[in-house]
Design a protein around this ligand. Structure first.
Ligand code: SF4
Length: 81
């Protein structure tokens, strides 16, 4: 594994399952655009930002989700309750 992979790579549900994105081509694009991209591009991933901010990341969050972590937790709470 190249050393520019996201620090969450080994544990990220997006990478390690097809639950978050089932479409293989779409998933591969996200992997190359965020998870495996040089210059720490993973730091721009909304799943990375959300986990760093909230200490978890809901399944509906994609690397390019436009919501803020605050909006994500609100949406998560509204889906649960
Ligand atoms: S870049 Fe985002 S989706 Fe990829 S491994 Fe890191 S947190 Fe997960």
């Amino acid at each position: 594994m190249a050393d520019y992979h996201c620090p969450n790579y080994n544990d990220c549900k997006f990478v390690n399952s097809n639950i978050i994105v089932a479409n293989t081509e779409k998933k591969e694009n996200y992997l190359s655009d965020y998870c495996q991209k040089e210059k720490n591009h993973w730091s721009q991933c909304k799943r990375y930002i959300t986990k760093a901010s909230l200490n978890f990341c809901p399944d509906f969050v994609l690397p390019d989700t436009p919501l803020t972590p605050e909006e994500i937790i609100d949406k998560f709470d509204n889906e649960i309750f």
